[in-house]
Design a protein around this ligand. Structure first.
Ligand code: GDP
Ligand code: IMO
Ligand code: MG
Length: 428
């Protein structure tokens, strides 16, 4: 039995989609366990580029089983649009290679409406969400009024739950936010249409994933977002509404911790984030602009420019701690090529004291001044390296130091967006 987790060690967009696609070659099952279509995973295979949001990245192979776990919040409208997009690119999605947990919660039109209404109401204190209804859907889940996939499979149950929810949500939309109310019949009819198309995929995914692991199949759990967007360990409230850390797998896929063998933390060779909140190593100068342009750091889901900064080892250490990361995959070292000097944050100065963890208080985090170590850069030959030995000497020094500082080995290095631009250093 071999099951492993691929998750983001920073603020998302580390290259999880590419690494999942790469590592899925040796897996039979790929499982999403949290988040929803707020994720944006770009995968390049040959000369084709795929943008995935909700569907696991293993779908591109055809013969892998792709699972939407119970911890995911599922927008059926977005899902069928994504399936259509994939089929347009020649990727088949059928009940043979795609299943959905009957326990997953459904994103409803009022979740999307509330997401944007709440953001507007927050004004300058907005979180900068993706606007996909993620937060309001998880709110209903925790509040125990959510509608699950299994409810949608029962027309009468769904009708009753929708009625109850919509009456209440319309009060909020109209009376608090001054918006139009949403129409019951059109949502009901729309979702019954989804139910009909969806039922072939719906099953108890926990049972299936458990059986696959027991049958010695390799199972890959594909994370969305990243450690610092975790609702408990991230930069709250500038986070997403799910547990993005490794513990989220047990809850969101319905398997126990003893069934997981390894955890691969995906870390970009520098740091980016979209949305608001403190970012100690952020570069607001030309260097930040340079990284954004060379690294094409623009959101896949919202198109927003990503904020860019130097690598922050404090963040990686915190990810390694809370997720039990067994190895890092360091991506995009090619983006840093051509720089004379590269900096890495090895600790924070907080009011004259050095700390090596991410503080809970955002007020404290905003005061943290990065303590940097400086490295000599490398040239663009890095893109053509296909083995560790072929990497420029300075890139090796940089990677070795990350291993030392985090106390965690590096198993994979990304030198470009394509599948073949991947260097395996050691076993994951
Ligand atoms: P994810 O959300 O973690 O899957 O990451 P995104 O797909 O949002 O952003 C990562 C971007 O970097 C994508 O456009 C990838 O194609 C690209 N990418 C991934 N790994 C590498 C790499 O090693 N080098 C370069 N240049 N691009 C990469
Ligand atoms: P992937 O999987 C980067 C950010 C949003 C916002 C915050 C809350 O591609 O790494 P939400 O819509 O989830 O309520 O937004 O989280 N965010 C991401 N940032 N990558 C992502 O996904 C993200 N998903 C959400 O920008 O700051
Ligand atoms: Mg992304």
């Amino acid at each position: 039995m071999s099951s492993f987790i691929v998750l983001g060690a920073q603020w998302g967009d580390e290259g999880k989609g590419k690494m999942t696609d790469y590592l899925a070659e040796n897996a039979e099952v790929v499982v999403r366990f949290q988040g929803g279509n707020n994720a944006g995973h770009t995968v390049e295979v040959g000369d084709k580029q795929y943008k995935l949001h909700l569907i696991p990245s293993g779908i591109l192979y055809g013969d892998k089983l792709n699972v939407i776990g119970n911890g995911v919040v599922l927008d059926p409208k977005a899902m069928f649009e994504e399936i259509e997009y994939l089929e347009g690119l020649g990727v088949k999605v059928s009940k043979k290679n795609f299943i959905i947990s009957d326990r997953a919660h459904l994103i409803m039109p009022y979740h999307r409406a509330l997401d944007s209404a709440k953001e507007k109401a927050r004004g300058k204190n907005d979180i900068g969400t993706t606007g996909k209804g993620i937060g309001p859907c998880y709110t209903d889940k925790a509040e125990r009024s959510g509608i699950r996939v299994c409810d949608l499979m029962h027309k009468e149950v769904f009708k009753e739950k929708l009625k109850e929810n919509l009456d209440y949500k319309n009060e909020i939309l109209t009376k608090i936010y001054g918006l139009d109310s949403l129409d019951f019949n059109s949502i009901y009819e729309e979702y019954l249409g989804y139910a009909e198309k969806m039922k072939q995929f719906v099953t108890d995914a926990s049972v299936r994933v458990y059986d696959e692991i027991k049958n010695n199949k390799n199972v890959l759990f594909e994370g969305a977002q990243g450690n610092l967007l975790d609702i408990d360990y991230g930069t709250y409230p500038f986070v997403t509404s799910s547990n993005t850390i490794a513990g989220g797998v047990c809850i969101g896929a319905g398997i126990g911790p003893t069934m997981i063998n390894s955890v691969v933390g995906i870390a970009k060779a520098y740091t980016t984030r979209v949305g608001k909140g403190p970012f100690p190593t952020e570069l607001l100068d030309e260097m930040g602009e340079h990284i954004r342009n060379v690294g094409h750091e623009y959101g896949v889901t919202t198109g927003r420019a990503r904020r860019c900064g130097w690598l922050d080892v404090v963040i990686l250490k915190s990810a390694a701690r809370v997720s039990g990361i067994t190895s890092f995959a360091v991506t995009k070292i090619d983006t840093l090529a051509g720089m004379e000097k590269i900096k890495v944050c090895i600790g924070y100065d907080l009011n004259g004291e050095t700390i090596e963890y991410v503080p809970a208080s955002l007020e404290d985090l905003a005061l943290c001044k990065p303590i940097y170590e400086e490295f000599d850069g490398w040239d663009s030959s890095v893109e053509n390296a296909r083995s560790y030995d072929e990497l420029p000497e300075n890139a090796k020094i940089y990677l070795k130091r990350i291993e030392e500082l985090t106390g965690t080995k590096i198993s994979i290095v990304g030198v470009g967006p394509r599948r073949d631009q991947t260097i395996v250093v050691s076993e994951i």
